[in-house]
Design a protein around this ligand. Structure first.
Ligand SMILES: Cc1cc2nc3c(=O)[nH]c(=O)nc-3n(C[C@H](O)[C@H](O)[C@H](O)COP(=O)(O)O)c2cc1C
Length: 403
């Protein structure tokens, strides 16, 4: 067994496929997939397929290899293959956009996935759902010509700090909410590391990887301990910077241990990567992160669009979210270049089921621009300032609609 994964791909039909053909394909797929303990979903819209396969990694890979050779489709594009904590589908089903009411009624497993009842709405709000939605709205459709188709307890570290090589100022945490304006609720709080005395961001041993690694190992424990003491009930976003691959597993294990100790289920945690401090072997580090993702932890890339934080990080780390760099956000409502860049990022994110958080928001005009582009996750002084060793007592929610 290689662990639970999902693989999502798109492809283009090479021939007309009547509902009869699709039903035959579905019947065969159901039977074979059941024997392999593979679940999923196949959508077919206007000559394009989008399929979700979930199951043991080896079994999914083998089946996918087989399916990819099927000459009934071409232009097979793997959108994502990644570990998942649980299945999205308990059974095999098939969405098909153009079916009649009789067909819907008569064919088990064939359903009008988007317009019909259940199914899409019932899905967990994760990557699969986002990708299915993107497909339904026209993304990932085939571009090849095909035939027409009819149919914490204390703020100080609870672990003894055995061997910090150099002295460092004591640190603590401020918490700043991340808000979902669609739901008008705080989804998570980011723990922001501050110098305990100056209350300014730490610049601790930036040049001393060993010290930084040690601090990294302690810091999540401190942040989670404090968050637990404050009674945090939302998600918790933790910044994660490792400087050496050798340290990645140790630092990650410290985070996992702290989560267990303070009762944070993995799916309440988002690790926000600080790209500028990464690393000699990103691929290997990505595999360490993916192991945690398999338990439900979310991975996000901080300061996206700044410095070395380019789109290639999306390919390497397959994040669940990206947080836009402040430089892209500031006065975006008047800056065409920033708008064009952000539109590109949003498109990429939509195509890959990635959440985008607009951070460091100061003005209503910035919010309005992002809202008009469909962004719903925000953080910044406009909503709530970071509170040192406290959760925000008030969060400003701007007036509704803003188009
Ligand atoms: C878009 C598409 C999706 C498919 N999905 C599956 C599937 O989920 N499971 C499956 O067994 N076969 C699926 N097939 C059919 C396989 O490619 C293949 O025809 C089938 O597994 C029978 O293979 P066999 O004749 O070697 O036994 C799919 C084919 C297409 C074109």
């Amino acid at each position: 067994m290689s662990g639970l994964v999902h693989l999502i791909y798109s492809s283009a039909a090479t021939r007309e496929m009547s509902s009869k053909d699709l039903v035959a394909l579905l019947a065969l797929a159901r039977e074979k997939n059941a024997s392999l303990d593979i679940t999923g979903m196949l959508l077919f819209v206007e000559g394009s397929f989008l399929q979700v396969l979930e199951g043991d990694g080896d079994a999914v890979d083998a089946l996918f290899e087989h399916i990819a050779r099927d000459d009934r489709h071409t232009s097979v594009v793997t959108i994502i293959r990644e570990p998942i904590p649980r299945r999205d589908f308990s059974d095999w089903s098939m969405g098909y956009a153009q079916v009649s009411a009789e067909e819907l009624a008569s064919i088990d497993g064939l359903n009008d996935f988007f317009q019909g009842q259940g199914c899409f709405d019932d899905l967990n709000p994760g990557r699969t759902k986002k990708l299915l939605k993107a497909f339904n709205s026209g993304r990932w459709r085939s571009r090849v010509a095909t035939q027409p188709i009819d149919d914490q307890p204390s703020v100080s570290s609870p672990q003894p700090t055995n061997s910090l090589p150099t002295e460092r100022p004591p640190v603590s945490y401020a918490f700043q909410p991340i808000i979902d304006l669609d739901d008008e609720r705080v989804t998570s709080h980011e723990a922001i590391e501050l110098d305990k005395t100056t209350k300014l961001p730490t610049t601790v041993q930036r040049d001393d990887p060993a010290a930084r690694t040690q601090l990294q190992m302690e810091s999540h424990t401190m942040a989670m301990g404090l968050a637990a003491r404050l009674g945090l009930s939302t998600g918790l976003t933790l910044n994660y910077a490792v400087y050496r691959c050798d340290d990645a597993e140790r630092t990650m294990q410290a985070t996992v241990d702290a989560a267990e100790r303070y009762g944070f289920r993995p799916d309440r945690l988002t690790l926000e990567l600080d790209h500028d401090q990464l690393l000699d072997d990103p691929q290997w580090f990505a595999s360490v992160l993916q192991q945690q993702r398999a338990f439900g932890m979310r991975i996000s890339i901080d300061n996206f669009g700044a410095g070395r934080s380019g789109h290639y990080l999306i390919d390497t780390y397959k994040p669940d979210g990206v947080a836009l760099n402040e430089g892209l956000v500031r006065h975006i409502e008047t800056n065409g270049a920033r708008q064009a860049i952000v539109r590109g990022i949003l498109q990429t994110a939509e195509d890959l089921g990635i959440d985008v958080v607009a951070k460091q928001i100061r003005d209503q005009a910035e919010v309005d621009w992002f809202r008009s582009e469909g962004v719903h996750l925000f953080q910044g002084a406009l909503f709530a300032e970071p509170q040192f060793e406290q959760l925000a007592s008030e969060v400003f929610i701007p007036a509704r609609e803003l188009t």
